[in-house]
Design a protein around this ligand. Sequence first.
Ligand code: TYD
Length: 150
Amino acid sequence: MKDCRLIDLPVVSDPRGDLTFIEGTKHVPFPIARVYYLYNVPADAARGGHAHKRLEQVVFALSGSFRMRVDDGEQTADFWLSNPRKGLYINRLVWREMDRFSQGAVCMVLASEPYDESDYYRDYDAFRQAAREIGRDRPGGRAWNAGADK
Ligand code: TYD
């Protein structure tokens, strides 16, 4: 699915541990306007269940693991996130659902815009309709080469 892809982040490792860093527009394809994280998530919880009109995001498992199901209105794909060096880029107009959180999992999200409830599609049929209408005209992820230049 062209609207979602895994991004490899830089890591600096030495005997004291690993250090990963993220700069907006350099390691993720947008200026970072917001960071939020999910934690204390019960093992049986399901989150997400929405898409966005404009927002782009990159999602990480900083600790533990969870499943991210993405749907562009035509195809679905499952990503099992568990590596803090690998983020999942999600373009606009992608429905997402998250579940199967491991105990103590921490999900961090980098977002291209501040929070705006009017940017959400929370109704799947409305999202499908928009994805069909806008689908072919959307950017499909910015042309951008992750990690090419640390
Ligand atoms: P939501 O995006 O539905 O969470 P998830 O996709 O993880 O299940 O947001 C849950 C609630 O938190 C909702 O009432 C909106 C609020 N919220 C904010 O106020 N600011 C934010 O940046 C985010 C992401 C959510």
